[in-house]
Design a protein around this ligand. Structure first.
Ligand SMILES: Nc1ncnc2c1ncn2[C@@H]1O[C@H](COP(=O)(O)OP(=O)(O)OP(=O)(O)O)[C@@H](O)[C@H]1O
Ligand SMILES: [Mg+2]
Length: 349
């Protein structure tokens, strides 16, 4: 039967690929048990949405099986999600570890679609997730997540509604239906801040914020209210050229908010009848531009009628059609983003 030291030595040959160090140095190996030829242990991940989970599992099992006398292994995952570093001069949301915004320099490019799917995807991976709809003028999240109703008020706080494993708050839940919104900058700023802070989010690993269209005020408001772990930028191929000039990305950089990834949405269209791909808005520019701007390119989503249907019926494609390549692409994006947040938080510890 191997000793604990021998097991740890074996596990020190397994790297956490994103953090670039071994599991023992990172103190990720927990609950080691050896019983005859059987060894079990847990790997404590920094996020359950770790994109390298399967790789680590295979390597850990192989390393244990190389130990003399070991024939049976049981490697399981647990997690302890690290939170972003607090910024004392900014408010924080109690219990919320990481706030992640979804931004685009233009309207209608798929921010809400990406935000809803990222949130649902992180929840599918076992993270505790919130989704905040910061679009006061056109809140789309209730429709896209298939949830509506009046949030309950408890002790002066609003209890978020829940759908697809995600806690959700939207102006759409609290505004009077049909009431026209002709608010200007400062009032919108106040309303976003109040709704975000007056929501009883509870313990969240990630709060995804769906920003409204607009290059300036909306992200600035958010940056001023709370510290952000990062931002995901959505663009369509034809708007790629706007990225550089848009105030948004420059502003995120100025305020030291990491730009975690670029998504090229509505990238190419495959005809469901003849399977032929058409580059309606061209394709691929996002990847080039991301590399030029030194933003990680985290994937492309095609123009897809199923994505529209998913949005209109309130079931994000990662939930409703999990086996499609679109859903898999989004799951991967969410994991890459969660991984990057972990790396940054680990470095800051
Ligand atoms: N990859 C896609 N394929 C097809 N339709 C899409 C795709 N992504 C988004 N859409 C559709 O495009 C429309 C706009 O998307 P969405 O509301 O997510 O954009 P947005 O950037 O949040 O818009 P706004 O600026 O108004 O907030 C929606 O009807 C949505 O279903
Ligand atoms: Mg939107």
């Amino acid at each position: 039967m191997p000793t604990i030291e021998e097991i740890l030595k074996a596990m020190s040959t397994v790297q956490e690929p994103e953090l670039g160090r071994d599991l023992v140095v990172l103190n990720m190996v927990k609950d080691i048990e050896a019983d005859g030829s059987r060894v079990s242990l847990k790997i404590e991940l920094t996020t359950p949405a770790c994109p390298m989970k399967e790789k680590m599992l295979a390597e850990a099992e192989a390393a244990l099986k190389r130990l003399p006398g070991v024939s049976e292994t049981k490697v399981e995952f647990t997690h302890r999600v690290l939170g972003q570093k607090p910024v004392p001069e900014k408010g924080s949301l109690p219990g919320v570890k990481n706030i992640l915004a979804v931004y685009a320099c233009k309207g209608g490019v798929g921010k809400s679609t990406v935000a809803a799917n990222l949130a649902a995807s992180l929840a599918l991976d076992g993270c505790s997730v919130g989704l905040f709809d910061a679009d006061i003028h056109g809140p789309n999240i209730p429709l896209m997540m298939g949830v509506n109703g009046r949030p309950e008020g408890v002790d002066g706080k609003l209890i978020p509604l829940k759908a697809h494993g995600v806690k959700i708050m939207s102006w759409g839940f609290v505004a009077d239906e049909g009431a026209p919104l002709i608010w200007r900058g400062p009032m919108v700023h106040g309303a976003v801040k109040k709704l975000l802070q007056d929501t009883q989010w509870g313990e969240l690993d990630y709060l995804v914020v769906d920003l409204p269209p607009g290059t300036g005020d909306a992200p600035l408001t958010l940056i001023q209210i709370v510290p952000l772990a990062g931002v995901v930028v959505v663009t369509t191929p034809q708007d790629v050229a706007l990225l550089d000039g848009a105030r948004g990305i420059q502003m995120f950089r100025k305020f030291k908010v990491p730009v975690l990834g670029l998504v090229e949405n509505m990238s190419g269209f495959t005809c469901p009848h003849c399977q032929k791909e058409t580059q309606i808005f061209s394709k691929g520019g996002g990847e080039k531009e991301a590399s030029r701007l030194k933003i990680p390119f985290i994937g492309a989503l095609p123009l897809d009628p199923d994505i529209v249907k998913a949005g209109d019926t309130g079931v994000p494609i990662v939930i409703g059609q999990p086996k499609t390549s679109q859903a898999k692409a989004i799951r991967w994006m969410a994991q890459i983003v969660a991984g990057q947040i972990s790396v940054a938080n680990m470095a800051a510890e």
